[in-house]
Ligand binder design. Sequence first.
Ligand code: FEO
Length: 401
Amino acid sequence: MSHVPITDNIYWIGLNDRQTSLFESIWPLPYGVAYNSYLIKADKNVIVDTVKDISPERYLDQIRAVIGENATVDYLIVNHMEPDHSGCVRLLRDYFPNMKVLGTRQAVRFLNNFFGITENVERVNDNDTLDIGGHTLHFLTAPMVHWPETMMTWEATTGVLFSGDAFGGFGTLSGGIFDDQVDLTYYENEILRYFANIVGKYADNVQNAIKKLKESNLDVRVVASTHGPVWRDSPETILDLYDRWSRQETEPGVLLTYASMYGNTERMMEAVAGGLYEAGLDTVLIHDASTTHVSYLIRDAWRYSGLILGAPTYDRGLFPPMQYFVDYLEHKNLSGRICGVFGSSGWSGGGVKSMLSTAQNQEWEVAPPSPEARCAPSEEDLQQCYQMAGQIAKRVKESAS
Ligand code: FEO
């Protein structure tokens, strides 16, 4: 896909990445990812954020296609310095040596630390503006969404908000780039997976940015993030999703994540699942922590109010794939969940105790009992699983009403 006009004089000049298998070398990209870069063609030509350095020639071709062979780029706005967006800063500086680079105080530092770029760099502050002839850019700092230097840039004539990582998501833009052209059901899953894993840790900062946007009364007509679709038809949809997710507002349902070495914990999981359905809860997702990448577990834990964890003891502690998951849940500060815990053990316990400890640390509401079977589950263990599931279903339904 080449450059795409967004609105008057503003173009998408991003790249789709279908080669990188792990974003940040952690998060799987089964559907790829887009690095959105934007170009405003005015008296002064301005690029807002660059792209990862996966295809520099193509990136330059897209810029040339908009401004022509002989024109220059006058300004580069750096909303965010993570290399998936700053990867072509050096390239642009080499091609357009007089181009001025604008960013926050921390961005100025990162430009030096990453690329040794110190000349023709200018710091911008919150609420500064830049008139580029027919368009005026307003800068709004948005620290820790997702790095300390992050800011957003709003263009006054068109109402386009260049929001950086905020309001972004995984998935390439194949064919269409706008919210009214793509399958939003598919994108919402990948946007939530992106939010929960990349930005969710900074949910309070996302809230601050949203509050700032509301208080500034800016007329946001288009939301143009650095990843995912450009929202021109319904920008309020993505603003609302990020608002709800960053407040950790949940949907009524349960993520039931389990792991099992020899089928004993799996039998307990089936008793739990049966109890949930019997109690009338039909939104239940079951994931095996051993075979499901943690990014999907985090996504669905973020989505639902109920969270049930089941795993065996391993080396007197929690089974490692489940440990990895619960460590991430703590790291991401997941809060306010209705939780249940179960597991099995051989010669020593430890797994259930460890999961309960996480639940206590996160101040989740724990539904009793928390059965831990010795080797294979007894009828009583299975009954307790069933009983715990009923409690959780009841609380999940109550919390939704
Ligand atoms: Fe898409 Fe924080 O970079």
